[in-house]
Design a protein around this ligand. Structure first.
Ligand code: FES
Ligand code: FES
Length: 165
């Protein structure tokens, strides 16, 4: 039997009828067409599917949609509206060469957002620890760490300009 759930995704409210076994990742990608959130391993190991649920980073592939009924979900699509200025984290990822195939990027960026909200001036070690749940097959990680350090600097400036952190 399907369950009715309510989600607030990137500021928009949705009422959905979902089977109890469907994951948040499936509902985001298939029902809401928010395909920026990727599906990699599907078992909680790679971080590609990371989104924020009530501000905390979560693997959407192992989270049932019914378990997040009533919650606030943030996905990569919420970082910058289509056609608008990119979020400082996205700008830093591009400028520092932290994206190659891009499959890990949305999840990395959401974990970066989670980290920088908690800790606006992380050390390199804290950044690496913040990324510990993420796998990247392309970049070797150094550019991603550099990008997050750069984003931290940028967000301090951008906050002053009114960009939402
Ligand atoms: S797809 Fe969810 S952790 Fe890999
Ligand atoms: S850029 Fe390809 S997996 Fe990270």
């Amino acid at each position: 039997m399907k369950h009715q759930i309510r989600l607030n995704v990137n500021g928009d409210d949705y009422e959905l009828l979902v089977d109890p076994w469907r994951t948040l990742n499936e509902v985001l990608r298939e029902d809401l067409n928010l395909t920026g959130t990727k599906l990699g391993c599907g078992v909680g190991d790679c971080g590609a599917c990371t989104v924020l649920v009530d501000g905390k980073s979560v693997s959407s592939c192992i989270t049932l949609a019914v378990a997040v009924d009533g919650k606030k979900i943030e996905t990569v699509e919420g970082l910058a509206a289509s056609g608008e200025k990119l979020h400082p984290i996205q700008e830093s990822f591009i400028e520092k060469g932290a994206i190659q195939c891009g499959f890990c990027t949305a999840g990395m960026e959401m974990s970066a957002l989670y980290l920088l909200r908690k800790n606006p001036s992380p050390t390199e070690e804290e950044i690496r620890e913040g990324l510990s749940g993420h796998l990247c097959r392309c970049t070797g990680y150094n550019q991603i760490v550099e990008a997050i350090a750069d984003a931290a600097d940028r967000m301090k400036t951008d906050r002053g300009k009114g960009v939402k952190p």
